[in-house]
Structures are given as structure tokens and as C-alpha cells.
Design a protein around this ligand. Structure first.
Ligand SMILES: Cc1cc2nc3c(=O)[nH]c(=O)nc-3n(C[C@H](O)[C@H](O)[C@H](O)COP(=O)(O)O)c2cc1C
Ligand code: SF4
Length: 479
């Protein structure tokens, strides 16, 4: 993962923890309303993909164990990982594109209700993503994958060469010669792996996204309601399809790219289709980026504009993340796909303890305040959720009291200690296992391995009935 040059080492600093009485009277542990749904507390476990579903996207005992463990800590809201809305293989990530996924999702809802004794509201994040391939072996790329065109013949000054002749000529070329011969997209496919973009409107499946996605998201949201969830979070963040529509880099010329109004058009159409499918009694909100943190990408001004537009459309919450884009991702090894959390924007999404003078704690708070202020000044009251390096009670309280957000989200801190919420509420904050922001968990995610935390995954391995990783070396949930 990319890290800031300054390489300053930060430690989570929790100066003090509140007494049970103070916690009970705090803003953090006061109720908050997301449209039709009221959560008991302003605490939130954001979506985290744990790589525990089957390859076909079904709920497994490991998935139930993962969410049940978070639910025992009783956060105000728990959001289930990014779950696919279309019928495309996604490895062991959950899917919700067909009724065959309903029984497993119902089990998941039941598990969370029981484990939290009904105290935690349960949302599910629904996602669409475009095609991405692994970085190819160059020999195979030139022999098979690259589509040979007359442009290559011209560039190589071999007008009459056969396809095989062109392939043989390209394979030994050095980087400079390749840069002169291949298009930027062909070079990218060679160096990073082929990746579809929302601007590839010459591809019918991409041109058609404005007609295919609203019904796909709507059907997924309907299924979430059917399964018993309290709401859905539309995934409009990071490197995925809907965020790419919102992005300032979206130059589609069909009315769905260019100006902000056009970039927001499909996200708003998706929202309306979802709302029509689930009605007013189900919470619907979006997770989007307070800042894309890439050259030429959306800034906080864009995000404030989108936040107001989403609130105006009737969204019940606005959840803010940051960065996490393919545009600046590091080059993957041969045989691996690019991962959107490896470059500077990825750092902004999941900042690590080795940081710059701003540090990894609360990097998104300033932007959240700008966005929330715009939304409030425009007369809308949709709650704003902020995440990024939040781990302390005073820190969380000051974010809420400063008007930067209405709810605080703790991702890695909840993984390090899912009992953070119940411990702090009971005045037992001193026993919280504090996240060290090492990103060991994120590295597992990057390698498509079952996600665990380094602070507990080797503890008490002989405990009876615990689930273990495929290699048997790590426990899968916190002791
Ligand atoms: C293992 C892992 C998986 C994640 N999966 C998702 C996801 O499915 N959807 C999403 O919006 N964010 C995902 N994130 C990002 C987190 O929700 C959160 O925004 C980020 O970790 C920053 O918050 P934190 O500093 O509290 O960890 C993931 C993070 C981690 C560490
Ligand atoms: S592995 Fe554990 S301590 Fe390290 S960043 Fe992840 S949750 Fe925090």
C-alpha cells in the first residue's frame, strides 16, 4: 500500500474513557432517526467485506459468525458488506440478485437480531461493479488477449503482416516502443489488467447501464426488505459503477456524464427505482465519497452538491467515505487484479498508522462538516455518517458536537474489538482492544483471504467450537 512520504508513526490515543453514567447521557449513545428507522445509538459498523460467502455468493456459517459477532457488541447500526445486485460471479462476496439468496439472507437477519437482542438496526450495502481482469502474463497477452488491428500494422510499419506476424513483433518490444505502438487502454490492460469503465459506451452492456441498473438495484432492495433488513445502503463510493458515474472523470456524452446534474442522474434514477420498490417504510441511503482524492476527481464541493441532491430526493441517510479509486492504484503482480486501496486515494480510504502530520485519525471529518453544513443550510435533515480512523469516545463525541456528522462509523476499530460499543456504554472503555491501524486486515482483503484482526486471530485457538480460517491457523472471530 502507498504511504505518505513523511512516515510519521501514529498511535491511537484515547486520553480517557467515560463512566457508564457519562456514556449513557452522551450524544453518541442517544437515538437517531434514518427516515422510518430509529437506531438506539449514533454508532455504526460500516460495510466490511470478510471473504466468507461461497463462490456463488451464498451466506455461509462463517458469514453468520462474522455478523453475529459484531451484533453482540450492539452498535446502533450494522451494515452488511457490499452485496452484488447483478448476476455476475464475484468470488466469495455476498449476492442478492436472485430469490435463491433469500433463505441465507433471512438467516443472517435472524442471527443479528438474536445476537444484538434486537438492539442493532441492520442495513445491507448493495453494489454494482464493472468487469476487471487480472494483470496478464505479457507472453499470453501478446499471443492471445490483445486484439490486433490495422493501427498496430501502421505503427509497426508492417502494412501487410499477418496477425501472427504482428504478435511476434510486439512481444519483444521494450517499454518505450510499446508505448508508441499500443493505445493507452491496451498498455493499461498489459500493465494492470483490463478494466471496464462507465465511459466505454461502445460496449453495449456499458451503454445500457442506465436502463439495466435501476431495476437491478430495485429488485435487490426489495429482496433486502423481504429478508427482513431495516434498510439498504446504495454503494455509490470507492471504485465501483455508481461512484464512477458520479465522478468528475465521467465524460459520457449520453446525458449521464459531464456536468454534475448529469453525473448524478443515474444515481438518482437508481434511488427512485429503489424507493418505488420498497416504499416509505424502509430506510434507503447512500454511501458516497466526501472527496475522491484523485487528480481531476470530485472534490468536497462536488460531494456537498451530491449530498444536497440526495437529501432533496428523499434519501434517509448520507454515509461518507473517502478515496479508494482504481485511478491511482499500484500496479498488481502478474496474475493479480488491480486493487483500489493501494494508491494515495486508497490510503485516504483506510489510512494506516504510518502517516503524515495530519495522521490517520478522522481525515474525513473536515470534509464531512462542509457537506453536512451544505445539506443543513439547504433545509434537509438527513443524518450524515462519517468514518475513517475513529476509535475513541472523546473523539467520537467531538465529531458529533462539532456538527461534522450525526453518526460515527468505526470499521477497523469494530473488527479489532466488536464489543467497543457495549464496553464504552458500560463504563468499561479501559478494556477495549484498540485498533493499531496496521492494515493487516486490509492486506488479507487484498489477497482475497478471510479477513481477521492481528490482535486476536491467534488467541485461544484451542477454544471449543470456534471457526477457523481455511488453513486452520487463524480464528475467524474475536474472542
Ligand atoms: C477488510 C475491509 C473491508 C471493507 N469492505 C468495504 C465494503 O464492502 N464496502 C465499503 O463501503 N467499505 C468497505 N471498507 C471500508 C470501511 O467501511 C471504512 O470506510 C474504512 O475502513 C475506514 O474506516 P476505519 O478507519 O474505521 O476502518 C472495508 C474496509 C476493510 C478494512
Ligand atoms: S488488523 Fe486489527 S489492529 Fe490491524 S488495522 Fe486491522 S483491525 Fe486494526
Amino acid at each position: 500500500m502507498w504511504r505518505p512520504q513523511e512516515r510519521i508513526k501514529w498511535k491511537p490515543d484515547v486520553a480517557r474513557w467515560p463512566s457508564a453514567e457519562e456514556a449513557a447521557g452522551s450524544t453518541l449513545f442517544s437515538p437517531v432517526r434514518f427516515g422510518p428507522v430509529e437506531a438506539r445509538h449514533r454508532t455504526w459498523v460500516p460495510a466490511m467485506v470478510p471473504w466468507r460467502a461461497t463462490d456463488a455468493g451464498f451466506v455461509t456459517p462463517e458469514v453468520l459468525d462474522w455478523y453475529g459477532r459484531f451484533a453482540r457488541g450492539k452498535p446502533g447500526v450494522l451494515v452488511v458488506e457490499a452485496t452484488g445486485v447483478r448476476d455476475v460471479p464475484s468470488g466469495p462476496l455476498l449476492r442478492i440478485n436472485d430469490d435463491r439468496f433469500l433463505p441465507g439472507l433471512k438467516d443472517l437477519v435472524r442471527t443479528v437480531r438474536e445476537a444484538s437482542e434486537g438492539d442493532t438496526k441492520l442495513f445491507i450495502q448493495i453494489i454494482d461493479f464493472l468487469g476487471i481482469r487480472r494483470r496478464p502474463d505479457p507472453a499470453k497477452y501478446f499471443a492471445r488477449f490483445l486484439k490486433i488491428t490495422d493501427r498496430h500494422r501502421q505503427a509497426l510499419e508492417m502494412p501487410d503482416a499477418t496477425e501472427t506476424g504482428i504478435r511476434e513483433r510486439l512481444a519483444p518490444l521494450d517499454d518505450d516502443a510499446l508505448a508508441r505502438t499500443l493505445t493507452p487502454r491496451e498498455l493499461e490492460a498489459l500493465r494492470y489488467g483490463y478494466r471496464e469503465r462507465v465511459t466505454d459506451t461502445d460496449l453495449p452492456q456499458i451503454a445500457d447501464l442506465p436502463s439495466t441498473l435501476p431495476p437491478a438495484f430495485a429488485a435487490a432492495a426489495w429482496r433486502a426488505q423481504e429478508a427482513g433488513f431495516d434498510g439498504v445502503e446504495l454503494h455509490y463510493a470507492h471504485a465501483y459503477t455508481m461512484a464512477s458515474f458520479l465522478s468528475a472523470t465521467n465524460t459520457r456524452a449520453d446525458g449521464y456524464g459531464g456536468a454534475r446534474e448529469n453525473r448524478a442522474r443515474l444515481p438518482l434514477e437508481v434511488y427512485r427505482a429503489v424507493r418505488d420498490a420498497v416504499g416509505a417504510d424502509f430506510a434507503v441511503g447512500a454511501r458516497f465519497l466526501a472527496d475522491e482524492c484523485i487528480a481531476g476527481g470530485n472534490t468536497v464541493e462536488d460531494a456537498a452538491w451530491f449530498g444536497r441532491a440526495f437529501a432533496d430526493a428523499g434519501m434517509d441517510f448520507l454515509s461518507l467515505s473517502r478515496g479508494g479509486k482504481f485511478d491511482d492504484a499500484l500496479q498488481p503482480s502478474v496474475g493479480w487484479a488491480a486493487y483500489p486501496y493501494t494508491g494515495p486515494s486508497g490510503y485516504e480510504c483506510m489510512p494506516q498508522y504510518i502517516s503524515d502530520e495530519r495522521g490517520p485519525f478522522g481525515r474525513n471529518v473536515h470534509a464531512a462538516k462542509t457537506i453536512r453544513t451544505t445539506v443543513r443550510d439547504s433545509g434537509y435533515d438527513a443524518p450524515v455518517i462519517v468514518s475513517g480512523g475513529i476509535h475513541g469516545f472523546d473523539q467520537a463525541q467531538s465529531i458529533l458536537e462539532s456538527g461534522a456528522a450525526d453518526v460515527v462509523a468505526l470499521a477497523r476499530q469494530s473488527l479489532a474489538d466488536p464489543d467497543w460499543f457495549v464496553k464504552v456504554l458500560c463504563g468499561d472503555g479501559g478494556s477495549v482492544r484498540l485498533c493499531e491501524y496496521t492494515n493487516y486486515c486490509e492486506a488479507l482483503d487484498q489477497k482475497h483471504k478471510q479477513v481477521t484482526c492481528k490482535l486476536w486471530d491467534r488467541l485461544d485457538l484451542d477454544e471449543p467450537d470456534i471457526l477457523k480460517s481455511i488453513d486452520g491457523k487463524r480464528r475467524l472471530s474475536a474472542p
